[in-house]
Design a protein around this ligand. Structure first.
Ligand SMILES: *Cc1c(COP(=O)(O)O)cnc(C)c1O
Length: 375
């Protein structure tokens, strides 16, 4: 059997190697490494795929989040409501800009922000909500947008894990990341649309915001050596854009492969007491950035070890919620303040999930999980 990895990047590359290699050699031949035509073409193609007016490439997903806050003009002391059950980048950029992260709890089924708790956390200082579409499915954007309208807040969607997923709701079927004021994504290699290094992008339908985003990404400048605002240097490399242009037409096929693996996992685990398979949201489809189980009764770490002993990697995303991290904990967010988030951190376990998982590997993984539960 082919060794099992959390993601199989090499296996995926081998299937598109001629196109990727040709695209890379082409960029090298033109030496248009920075803001070359590949970047412009990729931005246009991704915008068409997403059905959004503007896509602006940048250095990575973390930069995309930071640039969003800067382009929206948020000021130190402004409060931003987001999830604690997320990758730290979401929170880190707020803190770096002097903004105040205010954490809302998540729903135990979908792991996404609980609209009722978001509404409870709004204060006169709140300026924005950052829903994180965790593990590949969208948060309830109808609810988030309704809260934003009521209190006049911006919405920045963290779609780093959900690119390609649909959100179905009041606005019809729309791509994840295109419903708020700004959506951001990451092209980190293991993400659903990964490049071969760092990369990221911002999406918006607002022409003026698109202009501000481009300006912030480019040292706050519209015209070379004239700087209108404080900016950063954050660019998508032409080499990465060329790779992403090869991979974008495969994105829906990749999601299909992930869904097939998820369906096989679901079927194998049905009816095992104390084991919950990932809930499917009522607000759109799932693209399974991660396939994440909940293991009750304090058995999560034992299951992880049982799998690792059988050469099956499994990961805990995320073992410590942001509000309990040494860097971010404080009076405002003590232990016990986000009960669902804290419970999930004890129970979640993500199984290998990639576009290249084969039936033999899936059978080995499901067999090992079932053996652990004597099922
Ligand atoms: C990956 C990720 C980021 C950061 O993306 P980078 O490209 O690694 O900077 C931010 N938020 C979430 C939810 C992520 O999964």
């Amino acid at each position: 059997m082919k060794p099992i990895q959390m993601v199989d990047l090499l296996g995926q590359y081998e299937k598109i190697k001629p196109e990727v290699d040709a695209a890379l050699l082409n960029v090298i031949g033109t030496t248009a490494f920075i803001n070359g035509p590949e970047v412009k073409s990729f931005e246009k193609e991704l915008a068409a795929y997403l059905g959004v007016k503007h896509v602006i490439g940048c250095g990575n997903g973390t930069d995309a989040l930071q640039v969003s806050m800067m382009a929206l003009g948020l000021q130190p002391g402004d409060e931003v409501i987001t999830a604690s059950f997320t990758f730290v980048a979401t929170v880190e950029v707020l803190a770096l800009l002097g903004l105040v992260p205010v954490f809302a709890d998540v729903l135990p089924g979908t792991f996404n922000l609980d609209p009722a708790d978001v509404a409870r956390k709004v204060t006169p200082k709140t300026k924005a909500i950052v829903p994180v579409h965790l593990f590949g499915q969208s948060a309830d954007m109808d609810a988030m947008l309704a809260i934003a309208r009521e209190y006049n807040l911006f919405v920045v969607e963290d779609a780093c894990q959900s690119i390609g997923a649909d959100h179905s709701g009041a606005n019809g079927k729309r791509k994840s990341g295109t419903l708020g004021d700004i959506g951001v994504t990451s092209f980190f290699p293991s993400k659903n649309l990964g490049c071969y290094g760092d990369g990221g992008a911002l999406f918006t339908n607002d022409d003026e915001l698109a202009h501000k985003i481009r300006r912030v990404c480019n040292h706050g400048s519209d015209q070379r050596y004239y700087h209108e605002v404080i900016g950063v240097n954050s660019r998508l490399d032409s080499l990465q854009a060329a790779i992403l242009r090869v991979k974008l037409p495969h994105l829906d096929g990749y999601a299909k492969a992930r869904n097939q693996a998820a369906a096989a996992y679901d079927a194998a685990f049905a009816g095992i007491p104390g084991l919950s398979v990932p809930a499917r949201s009522a607000h759109g489809n799932h693209v399974f950035h991660q396939y994440t189980l909940r293991v009750a009764g304090g058995k999560r770490d034992a299951l992880k070890k049982h799998l690792e002993d059988r050469q099956i990697p499994a990961m805990v995303y995320y073992p410590v919620p942001c509000h309990l991290q040494n860097a971010y904990k404080g009076d405002r967010h003590s232990q016990g303040s986000l009960p669902v988030t804290e419970q999930l951190a004890l129970e979640v376990l993500s199984l290998p999930m990639s576009t290249e998982l084969n039936n033999e590997q899936i059978g080995h993984i499901t067999g090992a999980v079932k053996a652990f539960f004597n099922h």
